[in-house]
Design a protein around this ligand. Structure first.
Ligand code: 1HE
Length: 266
């Protein structure tokens, strides 16, 4: 069942390739700069909702010179207001499938990461940018507004003031600036974003699955809760995580001097 869904997603421009525990997901519409048409965003949703059970981490990247040019503007004119609401909600479902799926997701970005492309990247848990990457929200200058969850997710990365400036003025952040303000967590030389993302993914795949679950599902909810609710959720999550046999074994290994120490970064 899920295989046929993944096959259909591939014919609509989203492919999945398992590299060990890492699901490598590729947007394949380079002629249109990976602009997210309805069928492409559906394919993103279907892919993340049907990851193979062996997947522990996912990496998403784009074919061609750009990660993603955002919403396919050629489809915009055909929607009335009511259809626009449902369209925006369909993006919310698709990008929720990315953010709240079974595994952590790393975006490996290059070239344009703009509009809905930035909304997609901001639904991922880590962003790795190469030097060619640039970030913008051209919705402001196109007379529209974000509709793919950007007004919720982007301010969490860079704050309301920076997002407002990006949309009011059309400001574009280059890769180094993007990393400095928090749009990306890693900055790497041109052409190296996927390699770096795969390296991080291999490391993340060795974490206890429940730790990865806590970080992707509990942490963002805790951050939204009033502090006293957050402390309670944290206590529940911590106690569940530490009660697993895997956590106990890992701590025992450290105490026996068999686990890696934390090292200062080079
Ligand atoms: C597109 C799109 C698109 C390219 N929808 N067709 N996003 C934007 O406003 C960004 C619009 N795109 C661009 O600014 C540029 O295309 C890029 C900087 C991304 C790339 O430039 P370049 O010179 O490499 O490519 P190009 O020649 O501009 O585009 C190549 C083709 O892709 C061309 O089509 P062709 O048939 O003439 O070859 C373009 O029309 C097409 N193309 N981007 C449709 N976005 C849930 S709400 C989210 C709201 C938004 O995302 S709004 C922001 C939309």
């Amino acid at each position: 069942m899920s295989n046929s869904i993944l096959e259909r997603a591939a014919t609509h421009g989203v492919t999945l390739d398992m590299q060990g525990p890492v699901a490598v997901i590729t947007l394949r519409r380079p002629g249109k700069r990976n602009a997210l048409s309805d069928s492409l965003i559906e394919a993103v949703r279907d892919t993340f909702q049907n990851l193979p059970e062996s997947a522990r981490v996912a990496v998403i990247h784009g074919e061609g010179d750009h990660f993603c040019a955002g919403l396919d503007l050629s489809e915009l004119n055909e929607r009335d207001a009511g259809q626009g609401v449902f369209h925006s909600r369909s993006w919310h479902v698709a990008l929720d499938a990315v953010q709240y799926g079974p595994v952590p997701v790393i975006a490996a970005v290059h070239g344009a990461v703009v509009g809905g492309g930035l909304e997609l990247a901001s639904a991922c848990h880590i962003r790795v940018a190469d030097e060619s990457a640039f970030f913008a929200l051209p919705e402001g200058t196109r007379g529209i507004f974000v509709g793919g969850g950007g007004s919720v997710r982007v301010p969490k990365l860079i704050g309301v003031a920076r997002m407002t400036d990006m949309m009011l003025t059309g400001r574009v952040y280059n890769a180094a600036e993007g990393e400095r303000i928090g749009l990306a967590q890693y900055l790497v030389p041109g052409g190296k974003a996927l390699d770096k993302a795969l390296e991080l993914a291999q490391r993340i795949a060795t974490n206890a699955p429940l730790t990865n679950f806590a970080l992707t599902h509990a942490l963002p909810r805790i951050a939204e809760q009033p502090a006293d609710h957050g402390y309670l959720t944290e206590a529940l999550m911590a106690s569940i995580a530490q009660s697993t046999p895997e956590a106990k074994a890992r701590v025992r290994e450290f105490l026996a001097g068999k686990a890696a120490k934390v090292q200062n970064s080079k």
